[in-house]
Design a protein around this ligand. Structure first.
Ligand SMILES: Cc1ncc(COP(=O)(O)O)c(C=O)c1O
Length: 438
C-alpha cells in the first residue's frame, strides 16, 4: 500500500505537486555556483525572484540593532496575531512615507509569513471554494497554489493585449465584463481581481486613471480588487540618461494605497512583503492592508498559525524607524537595479531580442520565440533546458505564467552581482550567436 493512502486527499495531491518545476535544477545550480577564480564555468541561477543587490548594507543595519539593543520583554511572549502593535506602527509609517504618500492607519494592517501566506489568508477569507480570481496574464505562476491549494479558489488568466509592448497596462474594462460572463457561464463567481504593480514578470505598472476605472468597476460589481505591490519600491530610474528616451509619455507610479485611502471601500485591498524591495525573502514578512475592518478582524482571529516571529518583527521594526537609513538604502537599491536592468537590456538590444520595457520589479521579460523548435510548452521547456545546459544560466521556466503567446521567458536581474550579470550576458550572447548561425 502506498504511503499516500495515509494522507488526506489534499495531502496526497500536495505530495505530487512540487511548488515549482525548476526547484530540483535550481538546487543543482546552487551546488555549482559560478566563481571567477574557483569555478569560472559554474552556474548562474537567474530563475528565482531574489534580490541580492543591497543585502550587505541591510545586514550591517540589522546587526547594529541586535548589537546595540537588549531584546524587549514583549518579544518572548504571544502578541497580536495580526502583528505586534509597535511593528504595525513602524510599518504604517514606512508605507506612508516611502510608498503610498498618504497617512496609513496601523489598524488597517495585518501580517503573516511572507506575501505567500498573506495571499492564501486573504483568498481564504474573501472567497468561497470554487470562486474565481482573475489575474491579467502573464503573471506570477505561484498565485495558482497560493489561492488554490488551501482556499480552493480558481485562477482565470485574463489575456490582455500584448501588442504593442508597453511599460504600462492598457486594457478595456470590457475585457473584465467578458471574463465575468465567461466565469458565470461556467457556474463560478468572479470574486477577486488580482493586479501586480510593478508586475511580475513584465515590469508594467497601471496608470492612476486605469486603476481608478478598475476600482470603480469592481466596487460596482461587488468584486474584491487586490493590488499586490510587492515590487512597489523596486522601481527603475527612468530619468537615467540611458533609459529616458524609451519612456516618452510615462505615467508616474501611483501606489494603490493612495486610491484606497480616498475610496475607503470594503472591496479594495493591498498586499506587500519585505521579500523583494528589501531583499529579505528569508525573513518571511508579508502584509495585507485594507479598510475593510471585518476582513482585518477575520485575519486576526484566524491568523495565529501564520503569524511572524516577534524577534523578526522587533528587528525589522527598529530598521523601519530609521527613515534616514531607508532613504539611502532605497536610493542605492534603485540605482543598482537600474544598472542591472541596463546590463541586461543593452545586451538584448544588441542581439535584437525583443523585451517588454519595464518600470520596475526584479525581472526582464524577453522574447526568445525565434529559437523555439516547436511553439508549445514542450518546445519552451526544451529551449529553457538547452540554455541551462549550454550556458549555465538558469532562467525561469515558462510553465504557469498563464499567457497564450509562446517563447517569452523571465530572467531575474537581481540575483547576481553586476560582475556576474556581465558574465551571464556574455554567455547568453555567445549562445544566441551560435544558435543563429545554425
Ligand atoms: C507577485 C508575487 N507575489 C508574492 C510573492 C511571494 O512573496 P513572499 O516571499 O513574500 O512570500 C512573489 C515572489 O516571487 C511574487 O512575485
Amino acid at each position: 500500500m502506498s504511503n499516500l493512502s495515509f494522507l488526506s486527499k489534499k495531502g496526497a495531491a500536495a505530495s505530487k505537486s512540487p511548488m515549482r518545476i525548476d526547484l530540483e535544477i535550481y538546487y543543482e545550480a546552487m551546488e555549482n555556483l559560478y566563481h571567477p577564480e574557483t569555478n569560472p564555468s559554474g552556474a548562474l541561477p537567474m530563475n528565482v525572484a531574489e534580490n541580492h543587490l543591497c543585502w550587505e548594507m541591510l545586514r550591517d543595519r540589522i546587526q547594529k540593532v541586535t548589537r546595540e539593543n537588549t531584546i524587549p520583554e514583549w518579544v518572548a511572549s504571544y502578541t497580536d496575531p495580526a502583528g505586534a502593535p509597535s511593528f504595525r506602527e513602524a510599518t504604517a509609517e514606512f508605507l506612508s512615507k516611502f510608498l503610498m504618500h498618504v497617512p496609513v492607519n496601523p489598524d488597517s494592517l495585518a501580517f503573516s509569513g511572507g506575501a505567500t501566506s498573506t495571499i492564501e489568508m486573504t483568498s481564504f477569507l474573501l472567497a468561497n471554494p470554487g470562486d474565481t480570481a482573475v489575474i491579467p496574464a502573464p503573471s506570477y505562476p505561484v498565485y495558482s497554489g497560493d489561492i488554490g491549494t488551501l482556499p480552493e479558489v480558481k485562477r482565470f488568466d485574463l489575456q490582455v493585449p500584448s501588442k504593442p509592448i508597453n511599460s504600462e497596462y492598457q486594457f478595456d474594462l470590457q475585457l473584465l465584463q467578458e471574463a465575468k460572463e465567461k466565469i458565470e457561464a461556467n457556474g463560478s463567481n468572479f470574486r477577486m481581481l488580482i493586479l501586480t504593480q510593478p508586475d511580475n514578470p513584465t515590469g508594467r505598472i497601471y496608470s492612476e486613471s486605469l486603476l481608478r476605472k478598475i476600482a470603480d468597476w469592481c466596487i460596482q460589481n461587488q468584486i474584491h480588487l487586490i493590488v499586490n505591490e510587492i515590487y512597489g519600491l523596486s522601481q527603475l530610474d527612468i530619468q537615467n540618461p540611458n533609459l529616458k528616451a524609451f519612456y516618452p509619455q510615462a505615467s508616474p507610479f501611483v501606489s494603490f494605497g493612495k486610491i484606497m485611502s480616498e475610496y475607503q471601500s470594503p472591496f479594495l485591498h493591498f498586499w506587500y512583503s519585505f521579500s523583494k524591495d528589501f531583499g529579505i525573502s528569508g525573513f518571511r514578512i508579508g502584509l495585507l492592508h485594507s479598510h475593510n475592518e471585518d476582513l482585518i478582524q477575520a485575519y486576526r482571529n484566524a491568523g495565529l498559525g501564520h503569524s511572524i516571529s516577534n524577534y523578526t518583527q522587533w528587528v525589522i521594526q527598529e530598521v523601519l524607524l530609521d527613515h534616514g537609513f531607508l532613504k539611502t538604502f532605497f536610493e542605492s537599491f534603485q540605482q543598482k537595479l537600474t544598472e542591472s536592468y541596463l546590463i541586461v537590456t543593452q545586451t538584448l538590444k544588441k542581439l535584437n531580442i525583443p523585451f517588454n520595457p519595464s518600470r520596475g520589479s526584479l525581472f526582464v521579460w524577453m522574447d526568445l520565440s525565434e529559437f523555439l523548435e516547436e511553439k508549445s510548452l514542450k518546445g519552451e521547456e526544451k529551449l529553457w533546458l538547452e540554455i541551462y545546459e549550454k550556458t549555465g544560466i538558469l532562467i525561469t521556466p515558462t510553465n504557469g505564467f498563464g499567457h497564450s503567446e509562446k517563447g517569452w521567458y523571465r530572467i531575474v536581474i537581481t540575483s547576481l552581482s553586476h560582475e556576474e550579470l556581465k558574465v551571464a550576458m556574455k554567455r547568453l550572447s555567445d549562445f544566441i550567436q551560435i544558435k543563429r548561425k545554425g
